[in-house]
Design a protein around this ligand. Structure first.
Ligand code: NAD
Length: 357
């Protein structure tokens, strides 16, 4: 018998090839904004400006000081600029760091965000913000940071190099897979997740072979949208908790860590989440979803073990101790210290030990 609760998130999505150039002005009109603060990294600014010609007369200033993980000083500088120029909306063009900067401004000013994503991070459809002070990253949820409009244009992602495309796409894959057992999962987030896995698995290998393949770019961006939507609603589970600790404590690369750990968490959880595993397998087009994820990562050039990206074996016990307090209580399979240690050991070595029945 079905029983669930679901907070549907508002927000308008405009998706299509050429959408940024052709439809953005209309979207800004719908919002009634006439004083936009453009937020883009210095390297993306020229591309953004060219693309934004139809709304150029409404851009009153550009903030190009975007930095990864939104340092507080960056957030404050962007807020000061928004106030100084009297912005009535924020236009972010870039990856998760750029969207994150716009969210930091929206958090304190309430200004609406028009987001034009150029990676597969998915932040543009979540109400989650993050700010970094020194080494510490704080995150929170506030509906005011959820972009009002998201314009997805696959053409903008063509310049994303193969390595970044693979890592970013697999990070989106992790959002989808985890959405099946994350704390606020529901039938709608699972639907989005399943379709997201299908789209990502179709687009990823093709984009790595030919970054200019616009059909594949479209599949990936659509998958990234669904991944962000599922993640926004379902929240994060065991996989994200593990990756958060590993990234924070050992400075491992974010997306590769996700790609390496994901098949191990799926292998671990599958016995307690058989219907999720079957749906993930169906979306990947393979009976064994663990093998499917592994083979996808391999095809797009992701290393197999955490040892290949800088984690030492003598750090595993400490990692287990750091992860344990964050483990979600309703994980489909109980997470004992021994089980967590063995999951991490397998992810470290890259050997599929835990896949045996
Ligand atoms: P990013 O925004 O830092 O971009 C990575 C690099 O790619 C940058 O150098 C950027 O300039 C470049 N780049 C972006 N688009 C490009 C393009 N089309 N062509 C060429 N280069 C391009 O990284 P990201 O992976 O997009 O985002 C990661 C950040 O987003 C992290 O801080 C993460 O915590 C955050 N995030 C937040 C949420 C949320 O819900 N709040 C969700 C996912 C990710």
């Amino acid at each position: 018998m079905l029983e669930f609760s679901y907070d549907a998130l508002p927000g308008r999505i405009v998706f299509g090839r050429g959408a940024a150039r052709q439809r953005l002005a209309g979207e800004v009109d719908r919002l009634g904004s006439s004083r936009l603060l453009l937020i883009a990294t210095a390297s993306e600014e020229a591309k953004a400006r060219e693309l934004l010609t139809p709304v150029a007369d409404r851009i009153v200033a550009t903030f190009a000081g975007v930095r990864p993980h939104v340092p507080v000083a960056v957030a404050e500088a962007a807020r000061a600029m928004a106030a100084e120029v009297g912005a009535d909306a924020l236009l972010s063009v870039g990856g998760g760091s750029t969207t994150g900067t716009a969210k930091a401004v929206a958090l304190t000013t309430g200004l609406p965000i028009v987001a034009v994503p150029t990676t597969y991070a998915g932040s543009e459809v979540t109400p989650v913000w993050g700010l970094t002070e020194g080494e510490r990253k704080r995150t929170g949820t506030d509906p005011v940071v959820l972009p009002r409009v998201v314009v997805y244009d696959p053409e903008l992602t063509v310049s994303l190099p193969a390595g970044l495309s693979a890592a970013s796409g697999l990070n989106a894959m992790a959002h989808c897979v985890e959405a099946f057992w994350a704390p606020r999962r529901n039938p709608i987030s699972s639907l989005a997740a399943e379709e997201g896995i299908r789209a990502l698995a179709t687009g990823l290998p093709a984009v790595v072979v030919d970054g200019g393949d616009l059909d594949a770019r479209s599949d990936l961006l659509y998958g990234a949208y669904l991944a962000g939507s599922a993640f926004a609603v379902a929240g994060s589970g065991l996989h994200h908790k593990i990756c958060h600790v590993l990234g924070g404590a050992y400075d491992l690369p974010h997306a590769e860590t996700h790609a390496i750990v994901l098949p191990h968490v799926l292998a671990f959880n599958a016995p307690g989440a058989t219907s999720a595993a079957a749906r993930i397998g169906r979306a990947l087009g393979i009976a064994d979803p663990v093998a499917g994820l592994r083979s996808l990562s391999k095809r797009v050039g992701i290393p197999t073990g955490l040892r290949d990206i800088g984690l030492r074996n003598d750090q595993l016990d400490e990692a287990v101790a750091l992860i344990e307090p964050a483990v979600p209580a309703d994980n489909p399979v109980p997470v004992t210290t021994v089980a967590l240690r063995s999951l991490l050991e397998a992810a470290w070595s890259g050997e599929a030990e835990e896949e045996k029945p």
